[in-house]
Design a protein around this ligand. Structure first.
Ligand SMILES: C[S@@+](CC[C@H](N)C(=O)[O-])C[C@H]1O[C@@H](n2cnc3c(N)ncnc32)[C@H](O)[C@@H]1O
Length: 223
């Protein structure tokens, strides 16, 4: 790789922003919103730039337990578990209302049910409190504002101080192409941050690659 220089902060704030948006819209259209991305053959419904950010976060936090709401076809849980294989550390609990895969991995526990169902939440709480080490949470299930707000209240206490809470798909509230699913995660994130001073938004991480499906999506528990 080569060192690159030249683009000014002014360019980034003006022309750059428009270019990023147009590129993101084009990429969403071209990939059918990343619907056919795979990880080692398993469908994973993520923007690949965002996956790299998650990889960096997992490497930094080294969670002993990663809780994922929204398994879908299992590729994301497998991606996290495979990274944990490389790190020789960590396990995943992933939750979905539907069973859409036939995956089996020693580091993954699959829970079937709603992420806000009391029985499921109790199971996850018990696992988190039995965990020695960092607990990290990724919210990627029902992206409606009300559901994300409920998940934030239920799962944020499980995030250990210093660790991260990742709320996915706030892009719903920013791009017109996703308007039918509004209100989405962004208003829930903003309300949560206003009433939870123990969490702060990691802007740098959220905006590292200029385009992301998860604006304001990375929250660090500071205390
Ligand atoms: C965007 S997909 C998850 C994608 C997956 N994390 C990945 O990266 O490949 C959202 C999933 O959330 C699930 N879901 C919807 N409502 C839910 C709920 N109340 N509790 C748990 N999962 C839910 C859906 O069945 C769907 O599979």
């Amino acid at each position: 790789m080569l060192a690159a220089r030249g683009l000014t902060p002014f360019y980034r704030r003006t022309v750059g922003r428009g270019v990023h948006r147009l590129f993101q819209l084009d990429l969403i259209e071209k990939t059918d919103n990343f619907d056919n991305v795979t990880w080692l053959g398993q469908p994973i419904w993520q923007d690949v730039l965002d996956l790299w950010i998650i990889q960096e976060a997992l490497s930094e936090i080294r969670p002993a337990l990663l809780i994922e709401c929204g398994t879908n076809r299992g590729g994301s849980a497998q991606f996290y578990a495979n990274l944990f294989d490389l790190m020789d550390h960590g396990r995943v609990i992933t939750i979905d209302v539907e069973q859409l895969h036939s995956l089996d991995h020693p580091r993954i526990e699959f829970l079937l049910g709603s992420s806000i169902d009391a029985v499921i939440v109790e199971q996850v709480r018990a696992a988190a409190s039995a965990t020695e080490g960092a607990v990290m949470v990724i919210l990627d299930s029902d992206h409606s504002e009300a559901h994300v707000a409920a998940e934030l209240e239920l799962y944020s206490p499980l995030v250990t101080p210093g660790s991260l809470l990742h709320v996915q798909d706030g892009i719903i509230d920013e791009l017109f192409v996703f308007r039918v699913d509004r209100p989405g995660p962004l208003p829930a994130i903003k309300r949560f941050l206003a009433s939870h001073p123990e969490f702060s938004w990691e802007r740098e991480r959220s905006e590292k690659f200029l385009i992301t499906h998860h604006p304001m999506g990375w929250l660090r528990r500071t205390v």
